[in-house]
Write a protein of this length. Structure first.
Length: 151
């Protein structure tokens, strides 16, 4: 219990300073990004955003592709079917909340990525700020009316 409280206080202080755990000063978030920061969860990562504060969808796709290939123990030349959908997440959980965590209550623009390989399916959620995570409980079917988007 004390460890959870200490971790929560550390995370809160880190967000107040604009730095997420595991980030160097060079990676610290600008003030406006700190208030919309999404905690990087297990099964996720961070793609550094560009000068405009947004990560490219190509960089997010490359990161989640590498993650799925490592999880599935695939060779580098394995063919993955990747579908990218632009979405606006209702809060900082990126549509994949974890029990016991609280999230910002702001809309978060990003992407939903569906990866398929020989019957296996993985669903990743990402923000335009560069955070991405594997969302194992997510529905793997494409959303109606959403096409492949390379924003």
């Amino acid at each position: 219990m004390k460890l959870r409280i200490a971790h929560a206080l550390f995370s809160l202080c880190s967000l107040a300073l604009g730095v997420l755990p595991g980030m160097t000063d060079a990676q610290s978030l600008p003030a406006d990004a700190a208030e919309n920061a999404v905690p990087v969860q297990r099964g996720g990562g961070l793609v550094p955003p560009g000068p405009d504060g947004r990560a490219s969808v190509a960089a997010i796709e490359a990161a989640v592709r590498a993650d799925a290939m490592a999880r599935w123990r695939l060779r580098a030349d394995a063919a993955l079917d990747v579908r990218v959908e632009a979405v606006v997440w209702p809060d900082g959980s990126l549509g994949c909340p974890q029990p016991g965590l609280s999230y910002t209550q702001a809309l978060v623009p990003g992407w939903r990525l569906l990866l398929r390989h020989q019957g296996r399916v993985a669903v990743y959620h990402a923000s335009q700020r560069g955070q991405w995570l594997l969302c194992p409980g997510a529905d793997p079917t494409p959303r109606a009316g959403s096409g492949d988007s390379r924003i």
